[in-house]
Design a protein around this ligand. Structure first.
Ligand code: C2O
Ligand code: CU
Length: 481
């Protein structure tokens, strides 16, 4: 069904054979085939209060273009994204293009490279996307991305080497906004919760986060009205999984299938076949699956919490729809580990010239709340990692706490040194409790870059440093809430 670039039958799908409910159509991909740098017309992203329907109830939130998730933005590697942010929110906002090796002025990092856009204001984001892959965009102001302010960003490879017939985007989220107060309410509640309470819920639940959410979503839908990915038996499907959650890592499996992992945070890796993959906040994985005949549960278990996000992959019209809480044995079988992953040879980084250690810590504040320092420093007077332009440094991340910390670096894709042989290219690495992991960063994109935990609560409680080089800092970092 495919030629070597996987494009022929993608055109077939585009022609309307498969109208997929709640999936991302591949039309845009076909439209940009064969040209290296398409400059699509400027699109408008309107951030505004919105009402969305979740699990049969109407919920007030903030969203892009009134939809959850925000519209999928597709571009071609080497091409340009042009998006005008229109801020109709009652608060300042920015858009961050997570994982893109971008120019600092377009990174949407408030206090680093740009001022947030005021209510009623607009900002024109114009940037090239150098690397193909699966990315996403989200607000980078305060707790806004724990509302509905996020969406997929897919960068097509004009010379796509991966063979597949059809692709689906799976955007995961944990949801409370408008159901159980706002994320800001939860942040202030957490900020005065004595640490012991958090700790005991961790010990009981082994949780990847602090908050119990009423809903876990795939593409903005609950398990009651799930996203249905429509396909056919024997189709080779590429799934692009994105975790946009604020406080939840997900364990993902597709009932009756094994997953061949092909990309980590957008970058290709040597394919490895597993049954399940844990996706931390801010991480992305692509996998391919040759689909069987039937209807299958796509499960994303909230790791260490009780609850799951659920979607259906259906390849025959008659098969009975699986139950959202049915048993999926794949969830307990072979789980992907960073040790299994190896970047493609062309994406290996050269050995580092030096090593620095960053300790991820926890401290109790006088009011009983928590703060999460990096080498003892918080975001208002951040840890600054200085590198020389062109240098490669190794950062040893040492987690000295009982929580998960998915650490994310802006403007770069580092290489995780999972083993002596190397490891995957990533921009977000999940550092497990009391573990150490090394990442190599090649300083090829000058600027002052955020380096922070992608648990939004930790970020807002100070877990934010700076990697800077090439340009002097413009001004002191300010907290963003
Ligand atoms: Cu998803 Cu600072 O980023
Ligand atoms: Cu953290």
């Amino acid at each position: 069904m495919t030629d070597s670039r996987g494009t022929v039958s993608r055109r077939l799908f585009v022609s309307g054979m498969f109208a997929a409910l709640g999936t991302v159509p591949v039309a845009a991909a076909a439209a940009s085939e064969g040209t290296a740098a398409v400059a699509p017309a400027r699109r408008v992203l309107r951030a505004a209060p919105a009402t969305v329907s979740l699990g049969g109830q109407e919920v007030s939130t903030w969203a892009y273009d009134g939809v959850l998730p925000g519209p999928t933005i597709r571009a071609t590697a080497g091409g340009t994204v042009r998006a005008r942010l229109v801020n109709d929110l009652p608060a300042p906002t920015t858009v961050h293009w997570h994982g893109i090796r971008i120019v600092p002025e377009m990174d949407g990092a408030p206090g680093f490279s740009q001022r947030p856009t005021k209510p009623g204001g607009t900002f024109d984001y114009v940037f090239t996307v150098p690397d193909p892959g699966t990315y996403f965009y989200h607000s980078h102001v305060g707790m806004q991305s724990d509302r509905g302010l996020y969406g997929p960003l897919i960068v097509e490879d004009p010379h796509e080497p991966l063979r597949y017939d059809q692709e689906f985007t799976v955007l995961l989220d944990d949801w409370q906004d408008g159901v159980k107060g706002t994320p800001d309410d939860t942040l202030s509640a957490l900020s005065t919760t004595p640490h012991d309470d958090t700790l005991s819920s961790h010990v009981l639940g082994g949780t990847s986060g602090h908050v119990r959410y009423p809903y876990y979503l795939v593409n903005g839908r609950t398990a009651d009205e799930p996203t249905v990915f429509l396909s056919r038996p024997r189709v080779r499907a590429r799934f692009r999984v994105i975790n946009a959650a604020a406080d939840t890592a997900f364990r993902v499996a597709l009932g009756g299938h094994r997953l061949t992992i092909t990309h980590t945070d957008g970058f290709p890796c040597k394919p490895v076949t597993v049954d399940t993959v844990v996706v931390g906040m801010g991480e992305r994985y692509d996998f391919v699956v040759t689909l069987d005949a039937g209807a299958f549960p796509l499960i994303a278990m909230a790791e260490g919490k009780s609850g799951r996000a659920f979607a259906v992959v259906r390849t025959t019209p008659v098969a009975r729809t699986p139950s959202p809480d049915g048993e999926v044995p794949e969830l307990q079988r072979k789980q992907l580990s960073y040790d299994d992953l190896q970047a493609r040879r062309s994406h290996q980084l050269r050995p580092p010239s030096r090593t620095v250690t960053v300790t991820l810590g926890w401290r109790q504040r006088a009011d009983g709340g928590s703060e999460w320092p990096l080498n003892g420093r918080l975001a208002d007077d951040p840890l600054r990692l200085r590198v020389e332009r062109g240098e490669t440094i190794r950062i040893v991340l040492h987690n000295d706490t009982h929580m998960w910390h998915p650490m994310h670096l802006h403007g770069h894709t580092f290489q995780v040194r999972a083993t002596e042989r190397g490891g995957p290219r990533k921009d977000t690495v999940n550092v497990m409790p009391y573990k150490r992991i090394s990442i190599d960063v090649h300083a090829d994109n000058p600027g002052e870059w955020m380096f922070h935990c992608h648990n939004l609560y930790h970020q807002e409680q100070g877990m934010m440093g700076v990697l800077g080089y090439g340009k002097p800092p413009r001004r002191k970092h300010v907290m963003t809430h």
